[in-house]
Design a protein around this ligand. Structure first.
Ligand code: PLP
Ligand code: COI
Length: 350
């Protein structure tokens, strides 16, 4: 199979239409058959729920070419499960998990020529999403939905790749206690745009959110969870007391890699902002971000600097990143059954 003629190494995190998207509609109380489409637009009523009351949920995962030429993706059934819980929270009919995984497989296989080659540092980003398309003028759930998958080849989420980034504590909150922070709904991202722009205007890469209830504990950024390494080399993973952090699949995978493969002690607990300065390493994790080191977190009082202000990833996060990406790319054997094969080595559909 011939690959697209793209400069894979220089790709950023941006959209370009590929050959096929996947579409499936929910009407009259049931999901339809679903199919691939070459039409990368969606035509819906101006009164569709999505435009007014924001019934939208989405997922993000990546497909890779492995060292031995297979096309795989990572833990798609976890994305399927999270989308069910996101949809349920927004009163949308869940797209069945097995159908989700099958749709991902079919869409990635059909776009195999767009999956970046091994070693390019790029991946095919897979973005399943669901919107309310029924006409709703009064505030109530839609009666019709579209499930879609778009794919697009991407490079690193942050321009510098694994170069440590700088965060600023946001004056704004991301997620209300027991609100929608733990589900992947577009509405959580709309309200993060202003703090994100503010952070950028001040020269930072991202905004870090504190818990909205007390503004005492660290939560996450607009698009990734936080992970920390303490002075004893233990992995510390911030928890929310108010269910307002997105349950990152990358974070849950890192926890298992740390404890089961690297023999690290892992502590999951609420982490007070006041204790952040005691940690040796800090990072963001997520599908798009993978693991990105954080150099500093700033607020009005000054800067908290990690890993001695080095412009390299720290030793523990470096090992975690290497191991996780090694499993994803097939250079490290996957002891967990996380890697989901889509095409065998000759590029044909499995
Ligand atoms: N937190 C937020 C707010 C996100 O948008 C994402 C991205 O999906 C993550 C965390 C990381 O989650 P995952 O590792 O499942 O991609
Ligand atoms: C992902 O990591 O897949 C996400 O959805 C985060 C998004 C902000 C790019």
């Amino acid at each position: 199979m011939e690959k697209q003629d793209l400069d894979w190494e220089t790709l950023g995190f941006a959209y370009q239409p590929c050959s096929y998207s996947y579409t499936c509609r929910y009407e009259d109380g049931a999901w339809g058959e679903g199919s691939l489409t070459t039409d990368h637009t969606i035509r819906v009523s101006e009164c569709a729920n999505i435009f007014h009351y924001c019934q939208e949920v989405f997922e993000g995962l990546k497909a890779y070419t492995t060292e031995d030429g297979r096309i795989v993706c990572f833990r798609p059934e976890e994305n399927a499960a999270r989308m069910v819980s996101s949809a349920t929270r927004l009163v949308m009919p869940p797209f069945p998990k097995e159908r989700f995984v099958e749709a991902v497989r079919e869409t990635v296989a059909a776009n195999a020529s767009w999956v970046p080659p091994f070693g390019s540092g790029a991946a095919l980003y897979v973005r399943p999403f669901m919107i309310g398309i029924g006409e709703t003028l009064g505030v109530r759930p839609s009666d019709a939905y579209e499930f879609r998958i778009l794919v697009t080849p991407v490079g690193p989420y942050f321009k510098g790749g694994v170069t440590p980034i700088r965060l600023v504590v946001s004056d704004y909150d991301r997620a209300a206690p027991h609100g929608t922070g733990a589900v992947k709904a577009g509405l959580n991202y709309a309200m993060s745009l202003w703090p994100y722009e503010m952070a950028h205007a001040q020269g930072f890469d991202e905004a870090l959110y504190l818990d909205a209830a007390t503004r005492t504990y660290i939560e996450e950024t607009g698009g990734a969870n936080m992970i920390l390494v303490d002075a004893e080399g233990r992995l510390v993973v911030p928890q929310s007391k108010t269910d307002s952090i997105l349950p990152s699949i990358t974070r849950r995978s890192i926890i298992r890699v740390a404890s089961e493969l690297l023999g690290l002690e892992v502590i999951e607990r609420p982490v007070a902002y006041a204790e952040l300065g005691e940690f040796a390493e800090c990072g963001l994790c997520g599908t798009a971000a993978v693991i990105v080191p954080v150099m500093s977190v700033s607020d009005y009082e000054g800067d908290i600097v990690f890993n001695g202000g080095s412009d390299e990833i720290g030793p523990v996060l470096g090992r975690l990143r290497e191991t996780l990406t090694g499993i994803q790319g097939g250079s490290i054997e996957d002891p967990f059954g996380w890697v989901f094969e889509i095409c065998p080595a000759d590029g044909e559909e499995a």
